[in-house]
Design a protein around this ligand. Structure first.
Ligand code: PGA
Length: 262
């Protein structure tokens, strides 16, 4: 499986800043076996697509979509619209969506299904709070976040997806590690990823479950990316703050190069 290095810009970098990032970022930083993705603000997708062209080596995604294809949902965007603007991926269920905007596990599952119907790859974010971890509830919480996504997965046809498109990705992002400078230890990340992999195998079957990349996210930067990516269960990283600067993101891409995940 290739190693995935994904950047989540959150509410940073409008169209003009997106142009200047892409002018300065050199995808050559990523060697063979590394796939780069950028989750940009929805308003910046078209600008990024225009700069990247159709077949460039950087995958493009949005950070959120609505579960309906169209309708009276003021301020929302649909997966179809994101696809039309040039996105091939969408984050769903990021912990900031869950915590700050009250999104539920069931809504996240509907969004993941909408992304698949639009022919894109959903990247479903899961992760426990510190309180939940300390209380020994990691598996209950993460398992509960995965369950509705995996239950609807088999019932949702994948729309006309682009070549090489993956049906699903998971990002394990412990809430206490996001934007805090605290990173999960390689052992903790490995254990959580192994649990997620077992749930994927249980729901999708071993063969299909094994094809779903599981990314780690939470305070990843150039200096710690390698030790996390050396964990066999970690198939890639989802990077917030350290993806905003092209040099810093390139540093993570080169740290990932040469490493083949299982
Ligand atoms: P961070 O964010 O790298 O800034 O901790 C990760 C994320 O929220 O995806």
């Amino acid at each position: 499986m290739e190693t995935i290095v994904a950047g989540n810009w959150k509410m940073h970098h409008g169209p003009a800043e997106t142009h200047s990032f892409l002018d300065r970022f050199t995808a050559e930083a990523a060697g063979d076996g590394v796939r780069l993705l950028l989750f940009v603000p929805a308003l910046s997708v078209a600008a990024a697509r225009a700069r990247l062209g159709a077949g460039a080596g950087i995958g493009l995604g949005v950070q959120n979509v609505h579960w309906e294809a169209a309708g009276a949902f003021t301020g929302e965007i649909s997966a179809e619209m994101a696809r039309g603007a040039g996105a091939d991926f969408a984050l769903v269920g990021h912990s900031e969506r869950r915590q700050l905007f009250g999104e539920t596990d069931a809504e996240t599952a509907r969004k993941a299904a909408a992304v698949r119907r639009a022919g894109m790859t959903p990247v479903v974010c899961v992760g426990e709070t510190l309180e939940e971890r300390v209380a020994g509830r990691l598996q209950e919480v993460v398992g509960g976040q995965l369950r509705p996504v995996l239950e609807t997965y088999g019932r949702t046809p994948h729309g006309a997806a682009g070549a090489g498109s993956l049906p699903l990705m998971i990002a394990y992002e412990p809430v206490w590690a996001i934007g805090t400078g605290r990173t999960a230890t390689p052992e903790d990340a490995g254990a959580a990823h192994a649990f997620i992999r077992a749930r994927l195998a249980g729901s999708l079957g071993a063969a299909r479950g094994a094809c779903v990349p599981i990314l780690y996210g939470g305070s990843v930067h150039a200096a710690n990316a390698r030790e996390l990516l050396d964990v066999p269960e970690v198939n890639g990283v989802l990077v917030g703050g350290a993806s905003l600067d092209p040099g810093s993101f390139a540093g993570i891409a080169s740290a990932a190069s040469g490493r083949e995940s299982s």
